[in-house]
Each structure stands twice: as structure tokens, then as C-alpha cells.
Design a protein around this ligand. Structure first.
Ligand code: ATP
Ligand code: MG
Length: 336
């Protein structure tokens, strides 16, 4: 399938009951913008969610909630191909090919694997977490995208994907487009409100510093008011000395569109308390319609599954073409 527009692709894991503000500002808002000018493919990467403990009823619920949230955040299933990763078997097929191209040492250098496995201990770390970046490379390369809109934490995985596509092309002939990460200069890393030097994560041990988009306005407001701040009293952007305040400034600016300098002058002479309340206000107002729309969409799960099916058909058409081309390039005999 050829398309006049450049392609974009990205995915998100259904690993929690709600997405958080980092997912939205670092990634999904860019997905929404790119669907206007690109042939966009976005998926809920449910197979990746099997790398952490699985509770079937919960995974089912979270997958539906994730799909609904993407629509509520502005992904239009008419403009973008929106689908579930597990509905396209070619992801696993190409995943295996990518595993066979990746060095053991190379995979061991992935910092997300090192961080997540260190947190859970080796006994609770599954092999799937180790091979996750290769499945992710397959998720991307199957659709031949030029751009992959992601947050800063995915930079290393995108680099691996680029290496693998170049390696494949060099060994077996031009097959894959070498994609580029599409990572914002600011907003690409939103930090935890209680631990402002660590990224906000769905899988954090504590949700006290995570702003969930489906949480109530009251609870989110409380999280802003009790956000960890830094020594001193001045509202100023300084990521090293004032990571907490700087994070709140980035959040405010990404949502309000006001420059960080302008926000800093607005709070000149005012205390941290006023500032935290104001950022909370901006965020809570922004999230209200998104939460309402998600809850509304979830009332009609039949419609969500219909949309999933339509997305899967479009995705399968592209992915099966790529996997056939890949197998052929490697010397696997076509079934005929
Ligand atoms: P998990 O803890 O389960 O890995 P996550 O919060 O990291 O969850 P993912 O589903 O892994 O979310 O990532 C979805 C997208 O959100 C990716 O593009 C990722 O780069 C982006 N993202 C995740 N956390 C942040 C963050 N704190 N700031 C900006 N972007 C983020
Ligand atoms: Mg993640």
C-alpha cells in the first residue's frame, strides 16, 4: 500500500487504569497533531502489557479504557488507523525476526530493562521484558513510518529500532524505512510530582505523584497542592536546583501555551502555595472534558469493539504486506 502522506506510528501500554499527564503531554498530543498531516497508525500495545503481572479481567478492562482514552484525547478513528496490537499477528512474527537480529549484549544495554528489572528483582522479571524492545522495533517497522512520536524515555528504543532496520537492510536488501523519533524539546519528560527527578509512570509503585487523566478533579488538585517543591521560595525554572518547580512550570506551559518566562513573571513575589494551586487549576480544567468523554465512550463497549475491528483490518493489510516482504528477503519460502 502506498500513500502520498508520510507515515507516523506510535503505541501505548494498557498497564494502568488511566493514562497520566506525561503520556498526554509527551506523546499523545503529538499523535493528535500528526494525524492531520500524516498517515497515522496508533495502537494499544496490549502484548507489551504481558511483561508485567497479568490479571485477565483487569487487562481486558484496561485495554478498553486505553482505547477509549485515545479517542477522548483526540485520536479520530476516521483519520488515524487505531488498533490493538494483539489483533495483528504480524507483530509477533516480525518480533521474532528482530530478536534474531539483536545481540544479547545489545539488548542488555537497554536502560528501561535495567531499571524495571532492578526494581522487580530477577525472579519476577520475565524474558519478555528483555525482548520487549525487539517487539517494539517490530511494532514500528511493520508500518514503514517516517516518524515515531514518543516521550524522551523511548529515545534509546527508537535508536535500537533504527539500528535494526539498517542492519536488516544491509544484510537482506532495502526492506524497511529507517524511522526517526519525533520527540518534543519541552514536555517530552514530565516528572513525578512527589519524586521530581524521576519520570511520571503508569507502573510507579506509588500513584501519589502521578496525575491520572481519569482521576477526579478533587484528587488531582490535592496532588498538585502537595507536590514536592524545592528549597527557596522563588518560582524559577532551574531543573538542577529546582526540579519540582521546573516540572510544574513545564506542565503549566505545555497546557496553557504560555511561555515559561511569562509564567515566572506572573508568580514573581508570590509563594509556592499560590503557584501550585494555579498549576492544579490549569490541569484540572484541561482534563475535565477528556475524563467525561472517556466515561461516555466506555458506556458503549460494542462501538469500541467495532472501531477496534475496523482498525485491525486496516493495520493487518499493511502489516501482512511487510511481513511477506521480510520473509522473502530472508529466504523463507512463501506458503504459496
Ligand atoms: P509503564 O510504566 O507501564 O512503562 P509509561 O507511563 O511509561 O508506562 P508507556 O505506555 O510505556 O507509558 O508509554 C507511552 C508513551 O508515553 C511513550 O511515548 C512514552 O515515551 C510516553 N511517556 C511515558 N511517560 C512519560 C513521561 N513521564 N513524560 C513524557 N512522556 C512519557
Ligand atoms: Mg513506559
Amino acid at each position: 500500500m502506498t500513500s502520498a502522506k508520510a507515515r507516523a506510528l506510535s503505541g501505548i501500554q494498557p498497564t494502568h487504569d488511566s493514562f497520566h499527564l506525561g503520556n498526554v503531554l509527551g506523546a499523545i498530543n503529538q499523535w493528535v497533531a500528526l494525524q492531520e498531516s500524516h498517515d497515522a497508525f496508533y495502537c494499544v500495545v496490549d502484548l507489551h502489557a504481558l511483561t508485567v503481572e497479568v490479571e485477565p479481567a483487569l487487562l481486558r478492562k484496561r485495554s478498553l479504557v486505553s482505547f477509549a482514552q485515545l479517542i477522548a484525547l483526540g485520536i479520530d478513528p476516521q483519520k488515524s488507523t487505531l488498533f490493538m496490537q494483539s489483533h495483528v499477528p504480524a507483530h509477533n512474527q516480525l518480533g521474532w525476526v528482530m530478536e534474531c537480529l539483536t545481540g544479547f549484549g545489545e539488548a542488555g544495554r537497554m536502560t528501561q530493562f535495567k531499571d524495571k528489572s532492578a526494581k522487580n528483582g530477577t525472579d519476577r522479571t520475565v524474558v519478555g521484558l528483555f525482548t520487549y524492545p525487539m517487539l517494539q522495533a517490530a511494532d514500528i517497522l511493520l508500518y514503514q513510518p517516517q516518524y515515531v512520536p514518543v516521550g524522551e524515555d523511548q529515545r534509546q528504543h527508537i535508536e535500537l529500532t533504527r539500528d535494526l532496520s539498517q542492519r536488516f537492510n544491509a544484510r537482506f536488501g532495502e526492506t524497511f524505512i529507517v524511522p526517526e523519533g519525533y520527540i518534543l524539546k519541552s514536555g517530552a519528560k514530565i516528572n513525578d510530582l512527589q519524586e521530581p527527578t524521576a519520570k511520571m509512570s503508569k507502573s510507579s509503585a506509588s500513584q501519589a505523584g502521578v496525575i491520572e487523566i481519569l482521576d477526579t478533579p478533587e484528587s488531582n488538585m490535592k496532588k498538585f497542592k502537595s507536590a514536592m517543591t524545592d528549597a527557596g521560595r522563588e518560582v524559577k525554572f532551574d531543573e538542577k536546583e529546582k526540579p519540582g518547580i521546573s516540572n510544574l512550570l513545564s506542565i503549566h506551559s505545555a497546557i496553557s501555551g504560555t511561555s515559561i518566562d511569562a509564567i515566572v513573571s506572573e508568580f514573581d513575589g508570590k509563594g509556592y502555595g499560590d503557584f501550585k494551586g494555579a498549576v492544579g487549576e490549569v490541569v484540572v480544567e484541561y482534563l475535565k472534558p477528556i475524563r467525561a468523554r472517556t466515561l461516555e465512550l466506555l458506556e458503549d463497549s460494542g462501538e469500541l469493539t467495532r472501531l477496534m475491528k475496523a482498525g485491525a483490518e486496516k493495520a493487518n493489510a499493511v502489516a501482512s504486506e511487510t511481513i511477506a516482504k521480510t520473509y522473502e528477503a530472508m529466504g523463507l519460502i512463501a506458503r504459496g
